[in-house]
Design a protein around this ligand. Structure first.
Ligand SMILES: [Zn+2]
Length: 201
């Protein structure tokens, strides 16, 4: 009991400190379905610097694609250019594939311009390790807002382990400045790749 209590306490401390416990994986997979948020007529969030979320989301997704291909994964992009696709068709791309996981990439927005940092969403317990592994990597160099449960359409209707990553707040001057830099988007992409690779076990 005492030992159990300490272990439970320790785990809780880790979750609180890092926002995600040292998690395992989602089982082996060979394919990653990458979903760049928004697109076309749907620009997504508008940044304090008039930036467009859809542009950063696609750029970051393409950087993740390159990293995953270098790591030997097959990558399927729900969109490769600035076009509009519905949420159900994004999920359909994922549900058609067997040995796959789904990762959606977004940039955040809040009425409170002070909100900043990264957070990762998931919908069910089988997806939690994927979301937690990604967020732990992002937490190394961003303000960590943790791993959160959500009913986003592309997560709750997904038959595969699925996560949605918010890579920074375009409503926050500091995050918007970071998102403008290719090196920040590359660092975010590298973290997402590490989190995905760590989830394949
Ligand atoms: Zn978005």
């Amino acid at each position: 009991m005492r030992v159990f209590f300490c272990a439970a306490l320790l785990t809780t401390a880790v979750v609180l400190l890092t926002g995600c416990a040292s998690t395992s994986g989602v089982g082996r997979f060979s394919t990653v379905v990458l979903d760049a948020g928004h697109g076309g007529i749907d620009r997504g969030a508008k940044g304090v610097d008039n930036s467009s979320e859809k542009i950063y989301a696609l750029d970051t997704a393409k950087r993740v694609e390159r990293g995953l291909k270098r790591a030997g994964y097959r990558v399927v992009m729900t969109r490769k250019r600035d076009n509009f696709i519905t949420l159900p068709s994004r999920v359909a791309v994922s549900n058609r594939r067997r040995s796959a996981v789904f990762v959606s990439i977004h940039y955040n927005w809040a009425r409170n311009s002070g909100a900043s940092g990264t957070e990762t969403f998931y919908s069910n317990s089988k997806s939690y390790p994927l979301a937690a592994n990604i967020q732990r990597e992002l937490a190394r160099f961003t303000n960590n807002r943790g791993v959160k449960r959500s009913r986003f359409h592309v997560l709750r209707n997904n038959a595969r382990p699925a996560a949605l990553v918010e890579c920074g707040f375009l409503s926050n001057a500091g995050d918007a400045r970071k998102a403008r830099s290719a090196s920040y988007r590359q660092r975010v992409a590298n973290a997402i790749v590490r989190g995905i690779v760590k989830s394949s076990r």
